[in-house]
Design a protein around this ligand. Structure first.
Ligand SMILES: [Zn+2]
Length: 403
């Protein structure tokens, strides 16, 4: 298999080994306003990858974290006058139900940041010991100058790195920092927000240290594939790299970094902060999970996706056509057998080539057409239907289950 790796900016060979488990870490949700279809698309892409690796015989240890210690969650809880943990619990329940409705394989590990605080504190202590972290007034910062490659994955100059960091919660004017780009490992927090005891006083972890602690705790010091949305290319993932490689001394922390394009709606990026969201549960209720899966996966995963209702309806028609092909009665007096090998080969080749799920779906649609034409031409289509069933099931569609 070949996969595009953001860090090396290259498509690299990825061997699907079966003599040891493969490890996959995907940055998960902050549990409020879940599950909009921007989330849904990212998790469907990694669900398809996971399913494909399993289809090829690999055992995959999949870890998806829950960022339940995070400013936006606390701000929402304060706005709605609800306890942060009650809000997180409620939203998490909804997220899990949405993922189940979309036929996603549940992660093997689903850790919450709030339950991994001791590991985060240990990791921060180690970073301070090694000279990568410094303490000021109850806050701890990562000194980015200790990592000459910091932010390299983003391929930006210092000024652009700083601007992007500032757009993602960095405070460049914090007088306690030696460099405006130094990021928070631990902070004292604001009054009224949840706090945990630490060697530096009560407070809470920074966002990036959460993922380093959870990834290394559950999957080890080096992992095979780490993924998330394109908006994590900076500062989140390079900060994770800097922290993790600093404490483990092992390079690279991650073999393949995969980033999915973002979802846009009406000319704007779909986001919780803008509030322009389409929720997965509404689409699933009105149109079913399979049309949503087909639609969100019908374009290259690395590219941004522009959501349009007409596109969803077109995908719904394609799913219906596949269903019709699966349920078609093979002619009893058929003389010729429809050979599906070429379609199956093309589907697997598309997935092997940097997970081109959209190409695989095109082949699925063509196989469905071939089945329907085959029936009309009095050919035996049962073998082709079996392949169609196997491929749609491997790709995570419910429709094969009813066929
Ligand atoms: Zn993360």
């Amino acid at each position: 298999m070949r996969l595009y790796d953001t860090r090396s900016n290259d498509t690299v060979a990825f061997e699907i080994v079966i003599d040891r488990p493969l490890t996959l870490y995907v940055c998960g949700v902050t549990p409020y306003d879940t599950t909009h279809i921007g989330h849904a698309r990212t998790f469907l892409i990694f669900d398809t990858l996971l399913r494909y690796l399993r289809y090829r015989g690999a055992e995959v240890q999949y870890c998806q974290n829950v960022t339940d210690v995070d400013d936006p969650l606390f701000e929402r809880a304060a706005r709605d006058n609800i306890a942060w943990d009650v809000l997180a619990e409620r939203e998490l329940e909804q997220f899990v139900a949405d993922c189940r409705a979309m036929n996603m394989v549940p992660p093997l590990y689903f850790p919450r940041a709030s339950e991994t605080i001791p590991q985060m504190i240990q990791t921060i202590e180690r970073l301070i010991e090694l000279g990568h972290g410094y303490v000021r007034n109850g806050n701890v910062y990562f000194r980015v100058s200790t990592d000459p490659d910091y932010g390299a994955m983003a391929r930006m100059g210092y000024d652009e790195l700083l601007t992007t960091a500032n757009q993602n919660g960095n405070n460049p004017d914090d007088p306690d920092k030696d460099d405006p780009l130094d990021f928070v490992l631990w902070h004292t927090g604001n009054p009224g927000e949840p706090m945990w005891p630490s060697p530096w006083g009560p407070g809470r972890p920074g966002w990036h240290i959460e993922c380093t602690a959870m990834a290394t705790k559950y999957l080890g010091e080096q992992i095979d594939i780490h993924g998330g949305g394109r908006d994590l290319i900076f500062p989140h993932h390079p900060s994770e790299i800097a922290q993790t490689e600093a404490i483990t001394g092992k390079h690279p922390f991650v073999h393949v970094w995969m980033h999915c394009g973002l979802v846009w709606l009406d000319g704007e990026k779909m986001s919780k902060s803008l509030g322009n969201m389409v929720f997965a549960r509404d689409v699933v209720r009105d149109h079913g999970a399979d049309p949503l899966r087909w639609y969100l996966l019908s374009a290259p995963y690395r590219e941004d996706f522009y959501y349009e209702h007409a596109g969803l309806l077109a995908s719904k028609e394609k799913v219906e056509r596949v269903k019709t092909a699966l349920q078609a009665q093979s002619p009893t007096n058929a003389h010729e057998i429809l050979d599906p090998t070429v379609f199956q080969t093309a589907i697997l080749a598309a997935l092997d080539d940097d997970l081109q799920i959209h190409q695989a779906l095109t082949q699925v649609a063509e196989l469905a057409t071939a089945v329907l034409v085959g029936v009309a031409e009095q050919r035996d289509v049962r073998k082709a239907q079996q392949v169609l069933c196997d491929m749609t099931s491997m790709l995570g569609f419910w429709l094969a289950e009813g066929a």
